[in-house]
Write a protein that binds this ligand. Structure first.
Ligand code: FES
Length: 560
């Protein structure tokens, strides 16, 4: 058998021929290829390059899988090692491996017949291509190859498969690589999917949220080991789940979760005890409630296959959440909650509706909270507990006012103590927590005291970092819906290199939109919109080299 025929036979085994889809095409004369060494052929939309060398004949895509430059301009060494000279990726045309670089190069089976080169240009079955795209997507997570993630998800979509499967799989692949459970990557995922459903204007924009989610999961789990979840399961009792989280007993909490799942219970059955646990303390700067709210939305958007990994993450995050109400600044929270004896339930569709206390409790507005520290803000919240809607309005209002008047000197400062490391995201959390807490308490009204007192903690804490003399009139927004929708549309090309920043942009805008649409005439609406506007237009200093150095020096000096 001639060498070329042997090579042809070997190459044709690169992918077993599928009789149903096989499509052989005569592409050129063998003599012509032997003379020139390489040749570009076009078959439909495919550009295929043929190489002839000492190891035989090979056919592959002409577009380099890195950035698409033509491989016909590449260098061939050792008879089968092709180098793309643009960025030095290398491919073994004989074995099929990518030797340098991060994507696979498609090769085509070939045969020589009657002095001509024939290629099988048929595509593998869709299911095979989808599986290959998902396999390759998983590879991209290991090195956070963002561009390649986009290509693999686009390939998955092109097979006709549900592209959301990329997100479902990425959650499953990474869920045990988060030491402390749910992260902003999961929380923002729910909002990214909302943007995809409601704001994407074309197919490229429909791809953006998927790549952002997968990229963010990859980044947050990068080079993390597998933090295995306890395997035991126990008979589910809501109170035992809450108690296990309170005891920071991950094994017992996960056993409760597994028991609930084994009983066939889904998120809906678990949300109430998880909400109790998430709001049991002023904790993790509001993340717990935000994560719970967003986990529910994410399960709703992706379906039941993500319930288990997302709830494992969430329970872990609740177990390990820092409980700030145990530090001196917020220690009045616990006694305030214990002293709360006002209305705890009643329907509430939005901040303007709900039970009123006729017992003469004080009615408050945002202005009443201005300048109050945590202790006094908690005391005023207790005084005003008879009118929950008014209290919510006041507490969201003061948070919006504070964000509108954030003293950016704290962002720029390099001389302050650690406790003055207060930035924009400390203020955005007041809003996103309020949004999550309102959603949870609308379903579980018995949790309003916790939610409102925790909002008072936010307000009291941030009060020290605002400049009330600041002229904020220039940040007012004329058309709320146009402003919010316009800013959300800009997120598809946000340009932020840090996922933590883009996650906060997405979450804040979606939270603000939900609040404003739920209560467009609320007293806080103008300040909330203006504060979001100011935040979006202001510098966000994300690195503090001098401040870190000074604080490190001070820290070490006091070590003795
Ligand atoms: S385009 Fe080929 S290596 Fe970059």
């Amino acid at each position: 058998m001639p060498a070329s025929a042997q090579i042809a036979e070997r190459t044709s085994k690169a992918r077993p021929a599928d009789a149903a889809t096989e499509s052989w095409v005569r592409v050129c004369a063998l003599e012509e290829l032997q003379r020139d060494g390489r040749k570009l052929v076009k078959v439909g939309r495919k550009q295929i390059v043929l190489f002839h060398g000492p190891k035989g004949i090979f056919a592959c895509n002409n577009r380099c899988p890195h950035e698409g430059y033509p491989l016909i301009e590449g260098s061939l060494a050792e008879g089968c090692i092709l180098t793309c000279n643009w960025h030095n990726w290398k491919f073994d045309l004989e074995g099929g491996r990518t030797l340098v670089g991060g994507d696979r190069l498609r090769r085509y089976p070939l045969r020589i017949e009657e002095g001509a080169v024939w290629l099988d240009v048929s595509d593998p079955p869709a299911a095979e291509r989808a599986a290959e795209a998902l396999d390759s997507l998983r590879d991209t997570l290991e090195d956070h190859e963002y561009d390649r993630m986009a290509r693999e998800i686009a390939r998955l979509q092109r097979t006709g498969s549900d592209p959301l499967e990329a997100v479902r799989q990425a959650i499953a692949w990474t869920h045990d690589r988060f030491e402390f459970g749910t992260s902003h990557a999961h929380a923002a995922a729910a909002d990214w999917l909302f943007l995809r459903e409601s704001f994407a204007r074309d197919e490229a924009e429909r791809l953006v949220p998927l790549v952002e989610i997968v990229g963010s999961l990859a980044w947050d789990s990068l080079r993390e080991p597998h933090y295995r979840y306890p395997a035991a399961s126990a008979a589910f009792e809501p109170d035992r789940l809450v108690a296990a989280i309170e005891d920071e007993d991950e094994a017992a909490a996960i056993a409760q979760l597994r028991g609930a799942l084994a009983q066939g219970l889904g998120f809906a059955a678990l949300e109430r005890p998880l909400a109790r646990a998430a709001l049991a303390h002023y904790q993790d700067f509001g993340h717990s409630a935000i994560y719970l709210y967003k986990t529910g939305q994410l399960i709703e958007r992706l379906g039941p296959s993500v319930t288990e990994p997302l709830l494992l993450l969430l329970v872990r995050s609740l177990v390990y959440a820092p409980r700030e109400d145990l530090i001196p600044e917020f220690r009045a929270y616990g006694p305030s909650l214990a002293a709360w004896d006002g209305p705890r339930d009643g329907p509430r569709d939005g901040p303007k509706d709900g039970p009123k206390d006729d017992g003469g409790a004080r009615r408050v507005a945002a202005e009443d909270f201005l300048g109050l520290d945590v202790k006094r803000a908690l005391a005023l919240t207790l005084e005003a507990r008879g009118d929950l809607p008014a209290l919510y309005d006041a507490l969201l209002g003061v948070g919006a006012y504070y964000m509108l008047h954030y003293d950016m000197g704290y962002q720029e400062g390099t001389e302050g103590p650690v406790s003055h490391n207060v930035g924009w995201l400390d203020f955005t959390h007041h809003v996103t927590f309020a949004n999550a807490a309102r959603a949870l308490c609308t379903r579980y009204p018995e949790l309003w005291p916790q939610a409102l007192l925790q909002l008072a903690c936010f307000a009291g804490r941030n009060a020290a970092f605002v400049d009330r003399a600041l002229d904020a009139s220039g940040w007012q927004v004329g058309d709320p819906r146009a402003f919010l929708d316009g800013e959300i549309a800009r997120l598809f090309d946000h340009g932020q290199p840090e996922y933590i920043v883009s996650a906060h942009l997405v979450k804040l805008l979606v939270a603000a939109r939900e609040e404003v649409l739920a209560a467009p005439d609320a007293p806080w609406a103008a300040d909330l919109l203006a504060s979001v506007n100011r935040f979006l237009q202001s510098p966000l200093k994300r690195k503090h080299a001098t401040r870190v150095a000074r604080q490190a020096m001070g820290f070490v000096a006091l070590e003795g």
